[in-house]
Design a protein around this ligand. Structure first.
Ligand SMILES: Cc1cc2nc3c(=O)[nH]c(=O)nc-3n(C[C@H](O)[C@H](O)[C@H](O)COP(=O)(O)OP(=O)(O)OC[C@H]3O[C@@H](n4cnc5c(N)ncnc54)[C@H](O)[C@@H]3O)c2cc1C
Length: 416
């Protein structure tokens, strides 16, 4: 049943008891044409576009937990596309284009809010790097502009632009189309739309093994809900990618780190945009509930622990309190961690693997939420046709052998 004004009125007569379940909860079939491992935003978007644009209906998405319970449900929802290199610009801007009418396409309010994403420069190196970004983005037709400290303060009045601080603000970039979306709604919207097209979403279905035939090609999956035969598998397992790919004997150039975030008690609207400081590694926006959503940096060591360390949050809050003195007396309500998979050049891997029939979409590190629609869209093309979409063609695994890296780490220092 579509969400519409007429249906809303109709359902109100029965106290809204007549709405059907948002997605089906089917039993696994013995075989599928393709299976996506990971029901995060990226995996669900992949399945949705495979069904909607490539006509594949006998497909499944499997998840060891519940849909959207991985990094999709843990991130700070920053959306922007002002990356440095042409390959990244094309990928993230493709996603930004898809965000514009995603709620209408999915018939689900994903609460995309282009309220502007500002990145602060605190030293001369930041100024030079960010101005380079602005010029590169504008040459590629991507909106990004340079603000003086006064202009930054005008855009975000609670910003402390005093010069007598540890992290003085020397300027900022602003991407006005950047912003936030509701992370859960993105997973739910794609799940509902995919399920309506016939995609089976199998929750509490952990993949324990990837089976291969005599030629070495993928032949199926061993899962906690039984074996599933399939010739095509797309792995979109974020922080668990190395573990899942290890089941097929494939080693990837990935390291997994805990990344933390926290939210304050809810307050009246005070933060009109997203502000990021890469140098301090702190960023903040305000959710529609009123909570200030604050992100920290990764731990400095690899781990699969989703708890993180207090010293990281403390360092971030030190910086946040200096940048936004108005928040100093707020209480923090919750903090959590997620495991992010990081590549050496801080760009994702989207494409084929050495195992025929096995495709991977990973390495989004600390910044993949913003790419969700674009990532799903191009990866659907990759899995459905076997060949890369032109936008994901440069993001091969092979680049770590050939040296044709897409180095957003050196360019941006952080890839949120
Ligand atoms: C604290 C934090 C803040 C972040 N902030 C931002 C931000 O502001 N902006 C931004 O763009 N990005 C941000 N990110 C990154 C972003 O969250 C991720 O890049 C993105 O959500 C990855 O989506 P996904 O669908 O690939 O992964 P996930 O949502 O993690 O989905 C992967 C799924 O795979 C499943 N899975 C794993 N192993 C198995 C198995 N063996 N069998 C079956 N299923 C399995 C997991 O259960 C999980 O549901 C942040 C991340 C964190 C942790």
């Amino acid at each position: 049943m579509r969400f519409s004004f007429a249906n809303l009125v109709r359902q109100s007569f029965s106290g809204h008891q007549g709405w059907p379940e948002q997605w089906r909860d089917p039993e696994p079939k013995a075989a599928y044409d393709a299976v996506i491992i990971g029901a995060g935003g990226h995996g669900l978007a992949t399945a949705y576009y495979m069904a909607a644009e490539h006509g594949l209906r006998n497909i499944a998405v499997v998840d060891k937990g519940w849909l959207g319970g991985g990094n999709t449900g843990r991130n700070t929802t920053i959306i922007r596309s002002n990356y440095l290199w042409e390959e990244s610009e094309a990928l993230y801007d493709h996603a930004l284009d898809l965000w514009q009418d995603l709620s209408q396409v999915l018939n689900y309010n994903v609460m995309y809010s282009p309220r502007g994403c500002m990145m602060l420069a605190h030293n001369i190196h930041d100024v030079q790097v960010f101005k380079r970004h602005v010029h590169a983005n504008r040459l590629a037709g991507i909106d990004n502009e340079w603000l003086t400290p006064e202009e930054a303060k005008e855009f975000c009045p609670i910003l402390n632009t005093s010069e007598r601080v540890r992290y003085p603000i020397l300027g900022a970039t602003l991407q006005r189309r950047g912003g936030v979306a509701r992370h859960d709604a993105v997973a739910w919207g794609y799940a509902r739309a995919a399920s309506a097209l016939g995609v089976d979403i199998l929750q509490r279905c952990e993949v324990k093994g990837i089976t291969r035939d005599a030629s070495g090609a993928v032949s199926g999956l061993d899962t906690t809900r039984g074996p599933i035969a399939t010739r095509r598998v797309g792995v979109v397992a974020a922080g668990n990618t190395s573990v899942v790919m290890g089941m097929a004997g494939v080693r990837l150039p990935l390291e997994s780190y805990p990344l933390q975030a926290l939210v304050s008690e809810p307050v009246k609207p005070m933060m009109p945009c997203v502000v990021m400081s890469n140098t301090i590694h702190a960023y903040m926006s305000q959710s529609d509930k009123g909570e200030l959503v604050i992100g920290a940096g990764t731990d400095s060591y690899i781990s699969y622990s989703q708890t993180g360390g207090l010293h990281i949050a403390t360092h971030t809050l030190d910086a946040i309190c200096e940048l936004f003195p108005a928040v100093r007396r707020l209480r923090m309500l919750r903090s959590w961690g997620g495991i992010v998979d990081v590549t050496p050049d801080r760009s994702p891997i989207i494409g084929k693997t050495p195992v025929p029939g096995l495709f991977v979409n990973c390495g989004w590190g600390t910044g993949g939420f913003k790419a969700t629609p674009g990532s799903g869209h191009v990866f659907a093309h990759q899995v459905a046709t076997g060949e890369p979409h032109p936008i994901n063609a440069p993001f091969t695994l092979d680049r770590f052998r050939t040296g044709r890296l897409i180095d957003e780490a050196a360019a941006a220092a952080v890839a949120h």
